[in-house]
Ligand binder design. Structure first.
Ligand SMILES: Cc1cc2nc3c(=O)[nH]c(=O)nc-3n(C[C@H](O)[C@H](O)[C@H](O)COP(=O)(O)O)c2cc1C
Length: 229
């Protein structure tokens, strides 16, 4: 079996060295301290919801498996681990998935990415009802691990909860045993996204400007922190 060794350099100070075995997911030979707080903040900032990609830049299946491995190693309520993952890196499958997902609710005059700017891979999160019925929080935890991992590797993506589940199940022949809580679209981002402060009017809707830059309003920190006593 082939295994890949990775060594990442984070700003010259720390290094992460690990082994990922593609079929058995044997993982983490050695970790030295890897990311400085600055590195982590950068990943968080870069981890935007990307919806336009360099579609021709494929993502290797092994990379997608590595991202799922991040989800596997993440927290799970009661450690039940009721999530399963459907992977797609092939054009034909990607097309099927694309036709079932809905993009950017607030961009009313945009029908989603055009050909050439569509995701080059997808991870579909599935809830295995034979293991557990409630997987809501686990879905968010797993999805965030996958997306942060993707950003750390130079990719990006978007969680998609608005989808035609009936057609997706049919097209991919997903058995009834599995719920379909979320799809994650992945690729090499081809768009600039800027974070904005929410204005006085309190509008949380994202928008695109005339240069196709995507703007995402975020509430400010003081508004989020509640002082009760
Ligand atoms: C649970 C969840 C479901 C989402 N579903 C969709 C979706 O169906 N389509 C879409 O284009 N974006 C979807 N998004 C992305 C949000 O629109 C995005 O997170 C929000 O606009 C803030 O942008 P940011 O992720 O860059 O901070 C979803 C995000 C989350 C967390």
């Amino acid at each position: 079996m082939e295994s890949a060794y990775h060594a990442r350099n984070s700003g010259g100070k720390f290094c992460l060295i690990y082994n990922f075995h593609p079929s058995k997911s044997v993982y983490l030979l050695a970790i030295t301290s890897c990311h400085t707080p600055m590195d982590f903040a950068e990943i968080i900032l870069k981890n935007r919801s990307y919806r336009r990609f360099y579609e021709e830049q494929s993502i290797p299946e092994q990379t997608i498996r590595e991202l799922v491995n991040y989800a596997r190693l993440s927290a799970s309520s009661g450690n039940i681990q009721g999530l399963k993952f459907y992977l797609s890196t092939e054009t034909a499958k990607n097309k099927l998935i694309f036709s079932s997902v809905r993009w950017a609710y607030y961009l009313k005059d945009w029908d989603g990415p055009t050909e050439g700017e569509r995701p080059s891979a997808y991870i579909i999160l599935l809830g295995d009802t034979e293991i557990h019925k409630t997987i809501d929080v686990d879905v968010g935890v797993a999805a965030q691990s996958i997306l942060l991992g993707a950003v750390s590797m130079g990719y990006g993506g978007c969680m998609i909860g608005s989808l035609d589940r009936v057609s997706l199940r049919k097209k991919l022949e997903i058995p009834d045993r599995f719920e379909i809580p979320l799809v994650i679209a992945l690729g090499k981002p081809k768009e600039k996204i800027v974070i904005e402060e929410i204005g006085e009017e309190g509008n949380i809707e994202y928008w695109r400007d005339e240069h196709q830059v995507h703007h995402v309003p975020k509430r400010n920190l003081e508004e989020l922190i509640i002082h009760l006593f």
